[in-house]
Design a protein around this ligand. Structure first.
Ligand SMILES: Nc1ncnc2c1ncn2[C@@H]1O[C@H](COP(=O)(O)OP(=O)(O)OP(=O)(O)O)[C@@H](O)[C@H]1O
Length: 452
């Protein structure tokens, strides 16, 4: 083994120290001027000058905070917080946490650590930009999100790539989704590509697309699947009353959707009727597709050609649990046809499911969008959100049972799953929705017999 001579080590330390001192005013101009400014002031103007300077700066900051609180918050408060968090949390614990988590690399008896490049704070999270050790990959961090979150005392950690050799670790400081959300206000206008559903963990509204897609909501019993369905229906209400959107509902449990029955253009609660409803949807869809062929490539929702949302609660009842094989086969065929052909002609399936295993539901890949509420096992997360989702922090199997309505979803254009909480639409809300929007919508449903 070759030992590095002490003189080399000392020279390297001195070089590093000098480099830090020279670069510090450029890297941390505010911190350096806050430290150096008072010393220079005392030197040239004395203590009275310093007192005056402090008073003037304090007054200036006060006016800034009072007149422009938003810019004060982002340019002063959050930056000061970032500097503090960099120093107190990340810098201080960086080496032990990374070594214990197995993210430090060794080469020829020397240890190489990924370097913190920058820490920034948003209202809800810290973002730590990290320079990787050459020869390592972002996936090393993705595989250690649980260790990193615990190591820096954060509720979770999410990793995203930022060009070659750079990753960003996002650590929430507190959980904005801890409290339940009441049902959201009914929007004035319906945007089928962005229905207001709840809140994202970064404090932004969570909006869900229905147009041009199908959505599968998966979660154990009591995870909040009903909230996803009802929040979507609530966001559609104005379009239900003007007739440009129609909801066809299948309610095998006869519990979830029956409250709002008067909102649905069609409703079925028995297996036979449910399959009839699905097949009727396929017929309508195919008739529309034939009409559009060669004339129209995209669907625009109008009362003449409404956007049809087929809401399917506990889809496994039809595809796996029903004793009649013929029912299961017909249901699967109809769902597969609707999901594979319905998107461009204005048919959308919004389905809920408890158990995502293949033997229960082998059509899940026909749903482009998934909502993963609390799940039983890690392997189920892979089934719903894809194999890489847990590596990116989407641990839906670790969602606390005390926070129903919390889920992971992938937003458009981003591979990183986002944690959201769907608003809770209570039975009273549903009753009020049915009273206000139901009768004018003119429902014709035959309970128990299915298709109206
Ligand atoms: N978004 C939410 N926010 C807060 N609490 C919720 C939310 N969604 C559901 N809950 C609570 O959890 C309970 C169960 O919810 P819900 O019936 O929607 O779950 P589910 O997934 O549909 O279950 P099941 O499969 O048994 O029907 C509700 O009665 C309510 O108290």
């Amino acid at each position: 083994m070759v030992e590095t001579p002490a003189v080399f080590l000392i020279t390297r330390w001195i070089y590093r120290l000098l480099r830090t001192m020279v670069l510090a005013p450029f890297r941390f101009p505010v911190a350096v001027s806050t430290l150096v400014g008072p010393v220079v002031t005392v030197h040239y103007l004395g203590w009275l000058g310093l007192a005056l300077g402090v008073a003037l700066s304090g007054a200036g900051l006060g006016v800034w905070w009072w007149r422009w609180p938003l810019s004060f918050r982002s340019l002063v408060v959050l930056r000061a917080l970032a500097a503090w968090r960099w120093f107190w949390v990340y810098r201080r614990h960086w080496q032990p946490v990374l070594v214990v988590a197995g993210l430090a690399e060794s080469y020829q008896e020397r240890q190489y650590l990924p370097q913190i490049r920058r820490v920034t704070c948003s209202e809800w999270a810290d973002r730590v930009r990290v320079r990787l050790v050459a020869g390592t990959a972002p996936a090393d961090f993705e595989n250690r999100v649980v260790e990193l979150a615990h190591g820096f005392a954060a509720p979770s950690c999410r990793v995203s790539g930022l060009g070659p050799r750079d990753v960003v670790l996002e650590f929430p400081r507190h959980d904005l989704l801890a409290e339940p959300l009441d049902a959201l206000a009914v929007p004035d206008e319906v945007d089928l590509c962005a229905l207001p559903m709840g809140l994202r963990e970064d404090g932004q509204p969570w909006r869900m697309r229905l147009h041009g897609t199908h959505v599968l909501t998966v979660g154990v019993t009591g995870a909040g699947k009903g909230s996803v369905i009802w929040s979507a229906i609530r966001a559609l209400l104005p379009a239900l009353s003007d007739g440009s959107v129609r909801v066809w509902a299948i309610d095998p449990k006869r519990m979830e959707l029956s409250y709002g029955r008067s909102l649905f253009a069609r409703y079925a609660d028995s297996a036979e009727a449910a399959v009839g409803l699905l097949e009727a949807a396929v017929d309508d869809m195919q008739e529309r597709a034939a009409r559009y062929a060669g004339h129209q490539r995209t669907h625009v929702a109008t009362p003449e050609d409404p956007f049809v949302v087929v809401v399917l609660d506990e889809v496994a009842f039809l595809t796996a649990y029903h004793p009649d094989r013929d029912i299961r086969r017909r249901a699967e065929n109809a769902i597969a046809t609707l999901t594979s052909q319905g998107r461009s002609v204005g048919f959308c399936v919004l389905a809920a499911l408890q158990d995502p295993r293949k033997e229960v539901m082998n059509l899940r890949n026909l749903f482009p969008d998934k909502v993963a509420l609390r799940l039983d096992e890690a392997s189920q997360v892979d089934m719903v959100l894809g194999e890489d989702a847990r590596d990116r922090g989407a641990n839906a199997h670790l969602i606390d049972p005390d926070v129903p309505g919390v889920a992971f979803v992938r937003l458009e254009g981003s591979p990183v799953p986002v944690r959201v909480r769907v608003a809770y639409v209570s039975d009273d809300d549903i009753a009020a929705m049915a009273t206000e929007y139901g009768p004018s919508h003119g429902l014709r449903s035959v309970p128990g017999e299915g298709v109206a």
